[in-house]
Design a protein. Structure first.
Length: 167
């Protein structure tokens, strides 16, 4: 597979910096469909800082694999900061990692709405407070990339997610 050079360079930086920081990462991906974890595992030695990924494309998978509450999905929709936060927290809890990033968005060409047009992506990053501890700090943000085409929305989302994984 030929990866975008910008994506690979950022994945390498992510692997190197997390390895140096002693952090172990995981991902919870929806609209990116595993693109972030694929970029990370394209880098030799990624297993030093990356153990697993959760590709939870459907709401059912988000609930079953990451314990995202159905009520949260119903109230906010899958593409929302509350759901991204829950995805990141679930990935952290299920994997034992020290940092998790979650991505959920509308890559297009369909699926958008007036409130959440194509190119809307919600992100969250959860960082465990103490190794082996329960508490985590979770930050979230929403980006509006615009209708750049499915592949470019996914690429832009993967770049943001990798930046969020940097220590």
């Amino acid at each position: 597979m030929n990866f975008d050079p910008e994506l690979l360079a950022l994945a390498k930086q992510c692997v190197d910096e997390n390895r140096k920081a002693g952090r172990f990462a995981t991902t919870a991906e929806s609209c990116t469909g595993g693109l972030v974890s694929a970029a990370l595992t394209e880098i030799a030695g990624a297993s030093d800082m990356f153990g697993c990924s959760f590709v939870t494309y459907s709401n059912r998978a988000k609930m079953a694999l990451l314990d995202v509450p159905g009520e949260l999905l119903k109230a906010h929709g899958a593409v929302s900061e509350p759901v991204a936060r829950a995805m990141a927290a679930g990935a952290l809890a299920k994997s034992g990692a020290s940092v998790a990033v979650a991505i959920s968005g509308v890559a297009g060409p369909g699926g958008g709405s007036a409130a959440k047009p194509v190119g809307t992506v919600a992100f969250a990053c959860a960082v465990r407070g103490v190794p082996g501890g329960e508490g985590a700090t979770i930050t979230a943000e929403t980006r509006h990339f615009g209708d750049l085409g499915r592949a470019e929305v996914r690429r832009q989302a993967a770049l943001v997610a990798l930046r969020m994984l940097l220590p």
